[in-house]
Design a protein around this ligand. Sequence first.
Ligand code: KG4
Ligand code: ZN
Length: 334
Amino acid sequence: MRVLAFESSCDETAVAVVRDGRWVERNLIASQSEVHRPFGGIVPEAAARAHLVNIVPLLEETLDWLDGGGLALDAVAVTYGPGLAGALVVGVNVAKAVAYARGLPLLGINHLEGHLYANWLLAPGEEREPPRFPLVGLIVSGAHSDLVLMPEHGRYVRLGRTRDDAAGEAFDKVARMLGLGFPGGPAIQRAAERGDPTRFPLPRAWLPGSYDFSFSGLKTAVLRLLEALGPNPPVADVAASFQAALVEVLATKTAQAAAEYGAAQVVLAGGVAANLPLRQMLAERVGDRLRMPPVSLCTDNAAMIGAAAYYRWQAGARAPLSLDAQPNLPIDQS
Ligand code: KG4
Ligand code: ZN
């Protein structure tokens, strides 16, 4: 089964073709980092407009490739939430238009579910066992930090979530405090490579008895530290100390949940899953049960939407052409 997938929930416009939920045949991404960089964060209306400009060239290139190779499509899938309303609407409408014009079935996919399914993706010709259930998934992105138990395809029990800032949001805000630019995650990781993670002991919000997260106290602690350090702070040491605090909480809670629920596999997902210290610490804590996408498939892409769509399709899901964007769609509602 060959799915054409669209993703436009945030600041990447993406179109992909995925076969049987696993093999990535095409994966085009137009990043808007340059649009938002001057603002130090994502400007929703600018994101929607950039999607409008970028999506049709990506679609044309993909359709030319499909038609040139005589490859038939079986379905169209699109992220319909959660995300920025004006941004989601662009992908949803283009997906509907293609489904209508080509007489193909449509599937609406939850963006967070898509992030998890990045763990199913392979390059053409590559072979690997799919992740095994029950699994515990950590989804950490610019807007979400969710710890979920996934007993089977399409079923999610939310074990914990952030009570304030998402992990990626904390990276982005602290990067801005440190003058490291946008997006903040990769910038902090780079700066931290030269820093001492033990120099500044920053708070870890363990929230005992709960799998929830909280990062606003850590963010405020960095702000106070920078005020105390004055005009020329040791940026690398502050970045490394912040990253170490955040990564330790994420990895520890994920490992605890994996042990409590007897997870056969632990999967990492979302933009922050690209963070190397997080990948390393989780590997130390959960061993070879850990699966994580290649760094290039951690941040937003449409291939992951095409993967999730295949398993939704098998469960009988179909979306009507009246499909609407759901900006606040939670992971346990698809
Ligand atoms: O999943 P994603 O591309 O978009 C959302 O759905 O939000 O995640 C973007 C987030 C940003 O906050 C970005 O700073 C963070 O992922 N990120 C990272 C890294 N690469 C991207 N955070 C930490 N380390 C990284 N290497
Ligand atoms: Zn995302």
